[in-house]
Design a protein around this ligand. Structure first.
Ligand code: PPS
Length: 568
């Protein structure tokens, strides 16, 4: 392994001294602002603290193009992924090349100023294809580029006055330099890094222990505390798990430090980035396991990246990474020998068991048992504290359907049933109630309907997180907005989409509010089902046509589903 790095392995530090910070704060009052989103905050933190060394700022166009085409910065340094600051067309109007802009967090706290040197429009499809190899929005990295990112990138000289603020686990949020200082103080010469967005289950534990033994190294665990894969356990839960199992590791040779990284789930390219970051934190070795940084399956059910691709690619670049890559096959359990082994070391015909992190997650969330060979009792206990079995989880019943389909009446019956049982707090977010109390300034354009539904989703997700029941009954005509709401809620508890599929003719006939008549007469414009679209759900948890059902009968269908899934 060669460790001659083109920039001498020095860590970037973009934090200015106190005097300069004062000057910047004064100057910033006259500057236009850019409010950074969570992902941009993560990037800023790693740039400023040296986690992304040798980068000194968000990339300029030359480096960006070169990274897309060759996985290298313009000067030839290996760098796998674009680290760029995207900006919307609206925000772009505020800035001028040569002038500075203040970078702030969502609360308006000033973190940095950037003197604009370069800006360019993003060719989003090109970026998605070159970086992720696909345009499938099922891939979280692709979804960000195509759906969420602004249309331009900007960059320039960065001066940072404060790292993004964190109030959690402060003792585990050291900068790369601070970690290096600590490990030096402890006399750690060889350090193997393991980066994860999952709890440590037995397979991961066995792999890390084996890596420590193989390399005679200490272990630096770098759990993601930025943005992990959608659906992963939150970092609070994971860190509690890591702390609980730390005593299984050899005394004095195990350290945890949180990584403020927004993962792109870019598989092989991402594995290289992780190795670079680990090197910057002072690791000499880095574990690249089975399906490293994998986004799972695409919308056709095929894996985005082959399970061994990240390992192979990272290994190919080992020479210039400045860190040794420890490759691991999937660890599997041999029940007859009661031990774990890498899959390739298992003799033919020997029975093996394995359970992925996502399967364990699904089991926990469904209240099913997880066998002891798969994880530690301490981990199960912690996970169950955050994700109790369905009976104790919160959930949202999200009814969608045309006006007059019967949503509100069913919602009222359900509300009464849940209140009678008294097991959980219940909130009814009927379309009309929400429009009166939360969304009274909104109309019925697509944009306004989406805002309305996102507001409902936010409130319902908070209720679900706090183990209550939210019953929502808006029209919610757009599939993609409903999918967004599902994502927001499923991380905290149950999401039961109920498609109240009463046909338009029946709704029109009922016309309790006289709205259909007005819409048909052209008095109301853009009425759902008449001259505005409704996209029916493709796979709702429950589908009910109320044409020949009483509200009680319809509500009972939903209750039966909840019983089957164990929620009530
Ligand atoms: S949305 O699309 O989900 O934001 O709509 P929602 O908040 O559920 O509001 C639907 C109720 O508003 C009345 N209304 C309209 N509906 C659809 N299209 C147009 N243009 C419109 N204008 C007013 C309508 O009575 C809906 O009430 P419900 O309770 O669904 O019958």
């Amino acid at each position: 392994m060669s460790t001659i790095l083109p920039y001498g392995g020095k860590l970037t530090n973009l934090l200015v001294n106190e005097q300069r910070a004062k000057e910047i704060k004064k100057m910033a009052t006259d500057l236009p602002d850019l409010v950074l989103n969570e992902r941009q905050l993560c990037d800023l933190e790693l740039l400023a603290s040296g986690g992304f060394s040798p980068l000194h700022s968000f990339m300029n166009r030359d480096d960006y193009e070169s990274v897309l085409n060759n996985m290298r910065l313009k000067d030839g340094t290996l760098w796998p992924l674009p680290i760029c600051l995207d900006i919307s067309e609206k925000d772009l109007k505020k800035i001028k090349p040569g002038k500075s802009i203040g970078l702030r967090d969502e609360e308006g706290f000033l973190l940095a100023v950037m003197q604009i040197e370069d800006l360019w429009p993003i060719d989003k499809e090109k970026e998605a294809l070159q970086v992720f190899g696909t345009l499938d929005k099922q891939h979280p990295g692709v979804e960000y580029v195509l759906e969420k990112a602004g249309d331009y990138y900007i960059t320039g000289r960065l001066e940072v006055i404060s790292l993004p603020l964190h109030f959690d686990f402060k003792q585990l949020r050291l900068t790369p330099q601070e970690v290096r200082n600590n490990t030096k103080r402890l006399g750690w010469k060889r350090i193997v890094g393991f980066q994860t967005e999952n709890p440590i289950h037995k397979a991961q534990y066995e792999m890390t222990i084996k890596a420590m033994h193989q390399t005679k190294a200490n272990l630096l665990l770098l759990p993601i505390a930025g943005i992990a894969k959608p659906g992963d356990f939150d970092h609070y839960t994971r860190v509690r798990c890591y702390k609980k199992i730390s005593h299984y590791y050899p005394l004095n040779s195990f350290m945890i430090n949180l990584l403020p990284l927004a993962m792109r789930m870019a598989g092989p390219r991402e594995a290289i980035l992780h190795a670079i970051i680990a090197r910057n934190y002072g690791c000499t070795h880095f574990i690249v396991g089975h399906s490293h940084a994998s986004p799972g399956y695409d919308s056709k059910g095929n894996l985005f990246y082959e399970p061994d691709k990240a390992r192979k690619v990272a290994n190919n670049y080992e020479g210039e990474l400045g860190i040794s890559i420890i490759q691991f096959e999937e660890m599997v359990y041999l029940p007859e020998e009661a031990e774990y082994k890498p899959k390739n070391e298992v003799p033919k015909g020997v029975k093996v068991l394995s359970m992925s992190g996502s399967e364990i997650r699904q089991r926990i969330k469904k209240g099913k048992k997880v066998p002891e060979w798969a994880t530690f009792p301490e981990v199960i206990e912690e996970l169950q504290r955050s994700f109790p079995p369905p009976k104790k989880q919160g959930f949202t019943i999200f009814m969608t359907g045309l006006s007059g389909a019967g949503k509100s009446t069913i919602a009222k019956v359900l509300y009464a049933r849940f209140m009678e049982s008294g097991e959980r707090p219940v909130t009814l977010l009927d379309g009309d109630i929400v429009r009166r109390h939360l969304s009274n300034e909104l109309g019925f354009s697509k944009e306004h309907r989406d805002i309305n539904i996102r507001r409902i989703g936010f409130v319902a997700s908070e209720i679900t997180k706090n183990r209550g029941i939210a019953i929502c009954a808006p029209i919610a005509p757009y599939a993609s907005t409903r999918a967004e709401v599902r994502k927001m809620i499923e991380q905290y508890g149950g999401f039961i989409e109920v498609y109240v599929a009463t046909p338009l003719e029946v709704c029109e006939k009922r016309d309790r509010k006289g709205m259909y008549a007005k819409a048909k007469a052209g008095i109301i414009k853009g009425f759902t089902g008449i001259d505005d679209p409704y996209e029916p759900p493709e796979s709702p948890e429950v589908k009910i046509d109320t044409t020949n059902l009483t509200p009680e009968e319809a509500a009972q269908e939903i209750i039966l589903f909840l019983e089957k899934e164990g929620y009530v």
